[in-house]
Ligand binder design. Structure first.
Ligand SMILES: [Zn+2]
Length: 72
């Protein structure tokens, strides 16, 4: 995880599929730098993350491939 971006706030996340959900996320998660579920930090250019929704006026949020795919 990114130690400088662990401030937790409430965000309204627009999930893919159209539903709105209020989630407690760290700044790093809200900015799409960490997995929404496990807080794994994404490499900048690797295909290890998948967009799962967006926060209006903030940006897209992501999950790592392991979390998107469920148990592996
Ligand atoms: Zn994950």
């Amino acid at each position: 995880m990114i130690s400088g971006k662990q401030t937790v706030s409430s965000y309204v996340v627009m999930l893919d599929g159209g539903s709105l959900e209020t989630m407690e996320l760290t700044a790093a998660q809200a900015e799409g730098l960490e997995c929404l579920t496990c807080k794994a930090q994404f490499a900048t250019d690797a295909g290890d993350s998948q967009p799962v929704g967006r926060i209006p006026s903030v940006g897209s949020v992501f999950q790592c491939i392991e979390c998107v795919g469920g148990v592996r």
